[in-house]
Design a protein around this ligand. Structure first.
Ligand SMILES: [Mg+2]
Length: 257
C-alpha cells in the first residue's frame, strides 16, 4: 500500500527523543508531566476503516451500490481514500447521486461507531513512542473528538488491541460528551482543565487548527504536527510547530536501562 513519499529516517526523531528525556528528568524530580495525543490522523490512519466499510457496503448491498462494487474490481491502494468521503467516492468513480447518498448514510453509521475502529491502522512507531513517553513517567492523554455514546468503547478496545497504554495509571482518555460539539471549541475548553493537571510536555495533532490552538495554549510544550490527512481549507501552521511523518525512532536510539 502506498502513502506519501517519505525517507527512511524520521527528521523529527531527535525532537521526539528530547520529549522523552525531558519527561524522565521531571519524573526523577517528582513532577507531574503530560503528553497529549490526538487519535484520528495522529496515532491512527483512518483510511483503512473507510475502505473496510466501503468494501462491506459494496458486498452487502450488492444491487444498491453497483458503481462502488465496480470500483473494487480496480482498487489498488489507499491513496484513493481522501479526507472527504465525497472526494473518495468521486476518485473511485461513484457518480450516481442516489448511490452516493446511500453509501454516505451507511458509511456514517459504521464509521462513527465502536465496532469499526479496529480497522484503523496505527501510524508507524506510534505505539512504541506512546509507550516510551508513558514509561518515562508522563500521563498520556488521548484527546479526541470521538464521542462517549458511540465511540468510547471502541476507542479503548483498539488502543488495547494494539498495545497502547490505556486504562492504567498514567493514562487518560478524553472524548466528547456530545458528537455535535465543535472539535476546536472542545479542545480549547478541555485544555484549560488539562493545564491544571501538570506540565504539558508535548502535543500531537494532525489538524492545523487544533495544532495552533494547543500550541498557543501550551507554549512551553513541544508541538508536533503529524502529516497525514486533515480538513480542507485548514489554516497555516503557526511557527514553532514541528511536522513529522510518523513516530519512528532510530533503532539504536533506545537508551540502555
Ligand atoms: Mg485528528
Amino acid at each position: 500500500m502506498k502513502r506519501t513519499k517519505r525517507s527512511g529516517t524520521n527528521g523529527g526523531a531527535p525532537a521526539l527523543e528530547a520529549v522523552v528525556r525531558a519527561v524522565e528528568e521531571r519524573t526523577a524530580a517528582g513532577r507531574s508531566t503530560l503528553a497529549i495525543f490526538d487519535l484520528d490522523g495522529t496515532l491512527f490512519d483512518n483510511r483503512t476503516r473507510t475502505i473496510f466499510i466501503l468494501r462491506e457496503i459494496s458486498e452487502k448491498f450488492d444491487g444498491k451500490a453497483p458503481e462502488l462494487a465496480a470500483a473494487f474490481e480496480r482498487f489498488q491502494d489507499l491513496s484513493a481514500v481522501d479526507y472527504s468521503l465525497d472526494v473518495t467516492l468521486k476518485k473511485m468513480g461513484v457518480k450516481h447521486p442516489a448511490e452516493i447518498a446511500f453509501i454516505k448514510q451507511e458509511w456514517a453509521k459504521r464509521f462513527f461507531s465502536d465496532e469499526y475502529q479496529k480497522y484503523d491502522m496505527p501510524i508507524l512507531g506510534a505505539k512504541a513512542y506512546v509507550e516510551r513517553v508513558h514509561k518515562a513517567g508522563a500521563t498520556v492523554i488521548y484527546l479526541t473528538g470521538r464521542d462517549v455514546g458511540r465511540m468510547l468503547v471502541g476507542t479503548t478496545e483498539v488502543l488495547r488491541l494494539y498495545g497502547f497504554p490505556v486504562g492504567v495509571a498514567g493514562t487518560m482518555t478524553i472524548v466528547k460528551k456530545e458528537f455535535e460539539q465543535d472539535d476546536e471549541i472542545f479542545k480549547k475548553e478541555v485544555s484549560e482543565y488539562i493545564d491544571r493537571l501538570g506540565e504539558v510536555m508535548a502535543v500531537f495533532e494532525n489538524e492545523p487548527a487544533n495544532s495552533n490552538i494547543l500550541h498557543a495554549r501550551f507554549p512551553g510544550a513541544a508541538s508536533f504536527f503529524v502529516v497525514t490527512q486533515h480538513r480542507p481549507g485548514a489554516p497555516e501552521l503557526e511557527p514553532g510547530i514541528r511536522q513529522i511523518q510518523d513516530f519512528r525512532l532510530p533503532k539504536n536510539g533506545a537508551r540502555p536501562g
